[in-house]
Ligand binder design. Structure first.
Ligand SMILES: [Zn+2]
Length: 408
């Protein structure tokens, strides 16, 4: 079912921004045919008739438009992209965080905030968190990313500084809190954990309870193209976000979310832009009456293995249900486009007993039709391997469910 996060009377006064974005997209020769003259964005119904925009479309548009901020510098950020050269998104100084801060204030002047999102390499999260912290007037420790052997020293420093807030991607936060727990470090003053970049990881709760029992999570949802779309509080479920009034969220009949920015300062032409996330509009249990969005995650969790579809998320969920397994990740190795092997990496919880890896391998192999069929003649090409940590992106600290490796 098609639905919008804003009522027509709330969206109406801001739709001129969507109409201007439509004109900008129409000026891009490669995209113009998708937007014939009879299409418009002057009402929500008409907006819903526009074709959705994918990441590649947006980058085609940006390459042509090369937007520049009117009142500040223009920052270039890398927006990921699954194939080919890095794709670029733009933002003005401030990263639209004044609009976020007007509606969401997890930090205040009394906070000592550790910005643990990695900085540099054209990733935007560290900078937008810095802009939010700046607006809150708190004390800021711009830590960025930290290497494996540096956690101990920094944790002592953070404990001594009595930090009250930390922010990062959930994968990175898990490293911080599992290291702290293992080292017996306590952060009793920590009350706020800000997160952005990935889904919340429920396993964080166990480490938080041991390390920082007072800490509560505060989430942001967005992308390098849309910037922050919505936020939540400790009273909201971790997968439910309240869209900001200048971000219009739409759910289509196919269950995919798309985003239209109604902020006149937005440099990226975000008009029915799809991040690939599935979701729905819902009512949040925190009591705020306006529609909230539940993010159900990516729809692209199925990969082709020797012509058969392998559901990566399902495989990981099975592995993570096994006693003794904290996290799992799938590594698919290919040679000339053909799968030569599938490996499930598992990080043990550290608690006894250790996971029975051989038993888990047999279980996954028999329970997953794709694996049993694809590797019928070379079952040894499917493996389960315990590791100390999963493969993560050095730039963002994010840990993908699937890692693709090409063999020479
Ligand atoms: Zn809520």
């Amino acid at each position: 079912m098609t639905a919008f996060s804003l009522a027509p009377e709330a969206a109406g006064p801001r739709l001129h921004v969507a109409r201007r974005t439509l004109e900008r997209l129409r000026s891009v020769p490669a995209l113009a045919p998708r937007y014939p003259a009879h299409l418009d964005a002057d009402s929500l119904e008409r907006l819903a008739e526009l074709p959705p925009l994918a990441k590649d479309d947006l980058n085609t548009a940006l390459a042509h438009l090369e937007p520049a901020a009117e009142q500040s510098a223009t920052w270039l950020f890398q927006s990921g992209g699954s194939t080919g050269a890095p794709k670029v998104g733009y933002a003005p100084t401030g990263f639209y965080m004044a609009g976020v801060h007007a509606h969401w204030q997890p930090l205040d002047r009394a906070d000592v905030f550790v910005n643990a999102w990695g900085a540099g390499r054209m990733w935007g999260a560290h900078f937008l968190a810095a802009a939010l912290a700046d607006l809150s007037g708190c004390r800021i420790i711009a830590l960025g990313s930290v290497a494996g052997d540096e956690y101990g020293g920094w944790l002592e420093f953070l404990a001594a500084r009595r930090v009250t807030a930390i922010g990062g991607t959930p994968s990175v936060l898990r490293l911080w809190f599992s290291q702290a727990r293992a080292a017996g470090v306590r952060l009793p003053a920590l009350r706020k954990v800000l997160w952005l970049g990935e889904a919340w990881q429920p396993q964080l709760a166990a480490d938080l309870a041991a390390v920082a029992p007072q800490a509560r999570r505060w989430g942001m949802f967005g992308s390098t193209e849309t910037w922050v779309v919505g936020t939540n509080t400790p009273d909201c479920p971790a997968d439910v976000f309240h869209p900001l009034p200048h971000q219009l969220v739409h759910t289509d009949a196919d269950g995919l979310l798309d985003f239209t920015t109604l902020d006149p300062e937005m440099l990226n032409p975000v008009l029915r832009y799809r991040t690939g996330d599935a979701g729905e509009l819902t009512t949040c249990r925190c009591g705020r009456p306006e529609p909230a969005m539940r993010v159900l995650g990516r729809r692209d969790s199925v990969v082709q293995v020797r012509g058969l579809g392998l559901d990566v998320d399902e495989l990981i969920a099975r592995a993570e249900r096994t006693p003794g397994v904290a996290r799992a990740q799938v590594v698919l190795t290919e040679r000339a486009g053909r799968a030569t092997g599938v490996e499930v990496l598992v990080v043990p919880t550290g608690a006894a007993p250790a996971p029975d890896v051989e038993r888990l391998r047999t279980e996954l192999f028999t329970a997953t039709l794709t694996l049993g069929t694809a590797f019928q003649h070379d079952p040894g090409s499917f493996r389960v391997r315990p590791v100390a940590e999963l493969v993560s992106n050095g730039r963002t600290g994010k840990t993908a469910a699937l890692v693709l490796r090409e063999e020479a």
